[in-house]
Write a protein that binds this ligand. Structure first.
Ligand code: ATP
Ligand code: MG
Length: 358
């Protein structure tokens, strides 16, 4: 809660995290999503007890783990968290069994219990049968599962995962991501996950917290943040989007009129009142319909010129210049360069966001 951390290197102060407040509900998976250097790892390391925050408090349920005001700082080994680090490593001179057993040996469990727990957790991550395999003779995805097993084997209350899939290639990453999600659900283990990959965050999380420059910009369910973000940064970080700046007029019934450089547009009214304010209207490429003929009965129709049209297998990615704005559209038709066409956007798909000065 209200966590802050500034690194000091010599005389230099590097502010990493300021005023981060976050709640990870029991059994849920919450993701910190943000660009490189925004303070994700620092937040995680503070929770694990590997960094000492300058200010704030950290609780597991009611138990305080850190409180600057009360002078509490529980050492990492007493926090009962499992952590997978950003640059993970399995120990190459040890077998799968020995790698996973290590945290239990450190905790001095009797050998029979160790054998049993390791067997259990290897079944869980789908590695049974590979106990005696030396670390280097495993695929990337298998090594990743060893690391995960090592974090799970002592049954932590909370799992902290710092970009655990970033070392894997795209296909394996997707597979391990799905496995991780179902494992987390089955175990019901409270998890805080860190990534800069928006697809990973959207696919894995119950709640996503978007971070920028050491703070949390916005939190919500993946669906809400994607479809109804409150901040332009969230909107653009979670997926492709085109922005048109303008000014919101007052709402007329269900619709809000927006005066833009591309003409008058309409957006569905939301609970946020932006009347009279500078706004950006955002639209996701899957919601921009392109056609050669002017569509009838459409509210927002823009006339433009094709800047690019690329076949990408499952879709055609098209950029259309409309006045001083370039709209990105996904469709199934290829267009030719400089072709004149119409882009239409349903009012419910035109998001209105506050125009924030940079
Ligand atoms: N040990 C350290 N000493 C000094 N500065 C640090 C240290 N670790 C991180 N920083 C700085 O703190 C800020 C936040 O770093 P952090 O590692 O938390 O970012 P991140 O969001 O995890 O980024 P990435 O996605 O690249 O892993 C950055 O400006 C970084 O340079
Ligand atoms: Mg990091």
């Amino acid at each position: 809660m209200n966590l802050s951390k500034t690194y000091r290197v010599g005389r230099q102060a590097i502010p990493a995290v300021h005023g981060v407040t976050l709640d990870v509900p029991d059994g849920k998976i919450v993701t910190l999503l943000g660009p490189s250097g925004c303070g994700k790892s620092t937040t995680l390391r503070c929770i694990a007890g590997l960094e000492r925050p300058d200010d704030g408090e950290i609780f597991f349920d009611q138990r305080p783990l850190f409180s600057r005001a009360r002078g509490i700082a529980v050492p990492p080994e007493q926090r009962n968290v499992g952590m997978v680090f950003q640059s993970y490593a399995i120990w190459p001179h040890l077998t799968v069994f020995q790698n996973v057993a290590y945290p239990l040996q450190v905790r001095r469990l009797p050998p029979r219990q160790i054998a049993e727990r390791v067997r259990e957790v290897l079944v869980l991550v789908g590695l049974s049968g590979l106990e005696d395999r030396p670390g280097p003779y495993l695929s990337g995805g298998q090594q990743q599962r060893v690391v995960l097993a090592r974090a799970l084997v002592y049954r932590p209350e909370v799992l902290l995962l710092d970009e655990p899939l970033s070392n894997l290639d795209a296909k394996v990453r997707e597979q391990v991501r799905e496995e991780l999600r179902s494992l987390q659900r089955r175990l019901g283990i409270t998890t805080l996950y860190v990534t800069h990959d928006q697809l990973e965050a959207l696919g894995l999380s119950d709640v996503v917290a978007v971070m920028q420059a050491g703070g949390i910009v916005e939190m919500g369910s993946p669906q809400d943040l994607y479809a109804r973000p409150a901040h332009p940064f969230t909107a653009s970080f979670l997926g492709e989007i085109s922005f048109i700046s303008g000014t919101a007029a007052s709402a007329d019934g269900e619709m809000v009129e927006v005066l833009t450089s591309c003409g008058l547009l309409h957006s569905l009214r939301s609970e946020r009142s932006l009347a009279g304010k500078p706004v950006v209207a955002g639209v996701r490429p899957e919601h921009v319909r392109l056609s050669r003929d002017r569509p009838r009965d459409q509210t927002n129709v823009l006339e433009g010129t094709v800047v690019s049209s690329l076949f990408e297998g499952t879709r055609v990615k098209c950029r259309v210049a409309v006045g001083d704005v370039t709209l990105l559209a996904y469709g199934d038709e290829l267009f030719t360069l400089d072709e004149r066409l119409y882009a239409s956007i349903e009012p419910k798909h035109l998001m209105l966001l506050p125009h924030l000065a940079r």
